[in-house]
Design a protein around this ligand. Sequence first.
Ligand code: FAD
Length: 382
Amino acid sequence: MRSDIKIQIMLLQNKNVAVIGAGPVGITMAILLQQKDVAVRVYERDKNAQARVWGGPLDLHICSGQEAMRAAGLLQRYFDKAIPMGRIVADEHANRLFFVEKQYETPEINRNDLRKILLGSLEDDTVIWDRKFTGLEERNGKWILHFENGPDTEADIVIGANGGMTAARKYVTDATIEYSGSFVIQGEVLEPEISCAEFFNFCDGNILMASANGNLLTANPRNNGILTYGVTIKTPDEWANGKGLDFHDGNVIGDFLSQRFTGWHKWYQQLFRATSFFAGLPTRRIPMDHPWKDDRRLPVTLIGDAAHIMPPFAGKGVNTGLLDALILSRNLTEGNFASVTTAISDYEHQMFTYARAAQEETSINEAAMHTSEFSFQKRFEK
Ligand SMILES: Cc1cc2nc3c(=O)[nH]c(=O)nc-3n(C[C@H](O)[C@H](O)[C@H](O)COP(=O)(O)OP(=O)(O)OC[C@H]3O[C@@H](n4cnc5c(N)ncnc54)[C@H](O)[C@@H]3O)c2cc1C
């Protein structure tokens, strides 16, 4: 028997791995471990696999997201389902200023489609649905996981993949989440070809981007029959104190957007009036400037947004997370480390470097977006 296989067996033999969160990163992590016969369970707060994941489509980057999909044996399925999109840059008067050809190498995939592809590759019952994780406890050399709505469970290794607000973070780092100063209003339009036909036709099957007077709009008309858009604004100071808009009342948000977009072409106004669902997202980041705890007595780590949430302004979030899953799974299963702790520690070391770079690129983009000379066209021409 080769020595690396010996180490591999020693590392994860008879170990149970718990992944918290069945987002794209958590499921990919579970697939990559399961392919190496590791005993893994994923605990997810959504009621079931059919729960709707809202939000705009995601494009997987070649050297990160796509590499993880390739390792999972799912790259072709991503390409089969995803849609290559062009970009139209427009001005507030609905003039078309600039066009970027369809991006065949990095097509856009609907979030539910991505989840479905990933889940289809896991053994049945790997995901335990309707389990909202609340905390961890050490007992007799094992982790005990607590849930709001289900019995405790035991694991040897815990991997927190349940997004930016994870309750697993405190076991790994004292870093606390920060608001980055931008606010994204997300909207969804059902049957856009009917309910905002002129705006929909203006998009012409492409992602439409427009900016003026501190308002930035990005719309994707092809999100599984729904048009999804985001309006990014610099957060008014008082919103930081929880005194923002009431997102329970769609009319309030529609009026707010109509007012902010006064003077813009009527097609944009049509878009806001046709919106059936709004959500407000203050953009957040976890600072990566101080090291994670080295006194963890049992193995626990974070991947994806749980590890390095960042605003979406460089399109790096899910891609960075999928790279985490790829590196951590390899470290734990390929026989290059003498202990689980050193395998995790090496992953964290690598992750800090690329996640920090992704956060920096995001911050540069975010700062530029809030300057008076910002234009999407200049960004594409760079
Ligand atoms: C407006 C917007 C646009 C974006 N655009 C892009 C983009 O273009 N490209 C890009 O790369 N990224 C983008 N992102 C970021 C991207 O969505 C995230 O980086 C990505 O979803 C992170 O994946 P994840 O699996 O780590 O976490 P998530 O997708 O957040 O998944 C976490 C999972 O954990 C579950 N969960 C949460 N709490 C618990 C709990 N207590 N117990 C159990 N389960 C729990 C959730 O239900 C969810 O299923 C965008 C984000 C936003 C907000």
